[in-house]
Ligand binder design. Structure first.
Ligand code: BGC
Length: 248
């Protein structure tokens, strides 16, 4: 069996890809990043996906993490992307129009898969929440290693506001919050997650994971709290892992 898959992570600011060894979770190439086109319109993003496959001269399977609810390849929501995405069967479109063999998964679910299989939650049982803090807030919930797909706990309401609007990395930048101030908001979010789901571990990933040294002491949880071992690469690795098996 061929162990190599092109993993792609579509994010709010960048679209990143690398060829992944799905047996080890290691990147076999440098990560290649292209800015996410402003507005996040379907054709613009599809063009970037094609550019990425051309960069890697890739003909094999592709796993693609997408920042929305995804059911059987169809994009179901559009929180931080253009509304016209809703209803598009991206897997089908890529296959029929561009002959690309891609499976599509929610971006946070992808990141969670990588951390469960090879990273921060390897061999860990119980309820694990992966949360990606970037342009939005994504979540992936696992129980004993099994994913409950498409949880959208970044959209919990806190103090009358959507959590990702208050506590994402984009919110921190937009409101020019100090890390201390922002961390209070994230801690409140973590407390809400704990109140509802009683996890055994929460993993913090996404763009903010780059600041882990600075924020580690500011973040609090009742359960074990870890940073994503693969940092911002978890989404690429997990998307590739997902392409090896089932539909969600
Ligand atoms: C979307 C999620 C996504 C998250 C992180 C949210 O706005 O609703 O589906 O996982 O952003 O990209």
């Amino acid at each position: 069996m061929n162990n190599k898959i092109l993993g792609i992570d579509i994010g709010g600011s960048g679209i990143k890809g690398a060829i992944v060894d799905i047996k080890t979770g290691k990147l076999l190439t440098e990560r290649f990043r292209i800015e996410t086109p402003a507005g996040g319109k379907p054709q613009d993003i599809i063009n970037v996906l094609i550019e990425l496959t051309e960069h890697f001269k890739w003909r094999g399977k592709i796993g693609c993490g997408f920042p929305a609810v995804v059911k059987s390849g169809v994009i179901c929501t559009a929180a931080n992307i253009d509304n016209s995405w809703v209803g598009i069967d991206l897997a089908k479109e890529l296959k029929h129009k561009y002959k690309l063999n891609a499976t599509i998964i929610n971006d946070a679910d992808a990141a969670g898969l990588a951390e469960i299989k090879f990273g921060a939650a390897k061999n860990k049982k119980g309820t694990i929440i992966m949360t990606t803090i970037g342009t939005g807030i994504g979540t992936a919930v696992f129980y004993n290693g099994v994913l409950l797909p498409n949880t959208e706990f970044g959209h919990l309401e806190i103090k009358g506001e959507i959590a990702e609007f208050r506590a994402s990395d984009a919110a921190r930048k937009r409101e020019d919050l100090s890390l201390k101030k922002w961390s209070k908001r994230l801690n409140r979010y973590i407390a809400e997650l704990e109140k509802l789901l009683w996890p055994d571990m929460i993993i913090i990933g996404g763009g903010i994971a780059k600041k882990k040294e600075k924020i580690a002491d500011l973040l609090k949880a009742k359960c074990e709290l870890k940073f994503a071992e693969f940092g911002n690469e978890a989404g690429i690795i997990g998307a590739a892992l997902y392409a090896t098996n089932t539909k969600l």
